[in-house]
Design a protein around this ligand. Structure first.
Ligand SMILES: [Fe+2]
Ligand SMILES: [Fe+2]
Length: 246
């Protein structure tokens, strides 16, 4: 997917929001077995919370950036993007409710992510945000395969389609913000991500193990997602003059 302009990104995500809802099998009677539930409960609750962010700080930073760059469509695109993430949270919440998995009100990982996103400028906020996007692809692949729930599989399949688009969208955003003169930031980003991969692997290991995904597979899937992000950034850098981040 080539998100060539902020206006295109905004209209693409808006069209998805206005489209009929995905035909998920909400009435499917399958309920998680005790083994499936034990493996995913802690993990799905964390991701359900993480997807629910309202993104107030991100939007405020984007508005500051737009005032400088004139790219107000990026603010709209980010609003639509946040709405799409909140939809993921609602879908996961339904599966959790059907299977008696309680929602989390807070978790230290989510709190840490939200605090990090409040640091400095829009580029830092987006950098922290895309760490979750890079991890989302291997994670939802594992969650899809960790149980036999038709509803959870359908939801994860759709979330994975959305998350692939998010990588392209946020890669473009990073390309726009970083420009082509700052290769060091990509190197530092990759190193920070390697630490995040390890933390996520340790914390969500029961899901990955149940899906038959080893550490090596998980890490290589994460790096593949990071490549997608960088390719989207490179496409943006190739077509747009560098704008300084605010
Ligand atoms: Fe998501
Ligand atoms: Fe996402």
């Amino acid at each position: 997917m080539n998100f060539a302009t902020s206006s295109y990104c905004a209209s693409h995500f808006r069209a998805k929001r206005l489209a009929p809802p995905p035909p998920f099998p909400w009435d499917e009677p399958y309920r998680l077995t005790p083994g499936e539930r034990d493996a995913i409960a802690h993990s799905i609750a964390q991701f359900q919370l993480g997807e629910s962010s309202e993104g107030h700080h991100l939007i405020a930073r984007a508005q500051q950036w737009a005032a400088n760059s004139g790219d107000h469509a990026l603010v709209e695109a980010l609003r639509e993007f946040i709405t799409e993430e909140q939809r993921h949270s609602r879908w996961l919440g339904v599966v959790m409710g059907q299977n008696g998995i309680p929602k989390l009100k807070s978790h230290w990982v989510d709190t840490a992510f939200r605090c990090l996103r409040k640091l400095l400028n829009l580029e830092v906020a987006v950098t922290v945000l895309v760490s979750a996007e890079v991890i989302a692809v291997p994670y939802y692949t594992a969650l899809r395969d960790a149980t036999r729930s038709p509803l959870l599989k359908a939801i994860c399949t759709r979330i994975l389609e959305d998350e692939q688009e998010h990588l392209a969208f946020q890669g473009r955003t990073l390309g726009l913000l970083r420009g082509n003169a700052i290769g060091l930031r990509w190197t530092a980003h990759r190193l920070a991500l390697e630490a995040a991969f390890l933390l996520v692997w340790i914390d969500h290991q029961p899901v990955f193990r149940r899906a038959g995904i080893s550490w090596n597979i998980f890490r290589s899937q994460c790096l593949e997602a990071f490549d997608t992000l960088q390719q989207a950034a490179a496409r943006e850098i190739a077509q747009v003059p560098v704008l300084s981040s605010f």
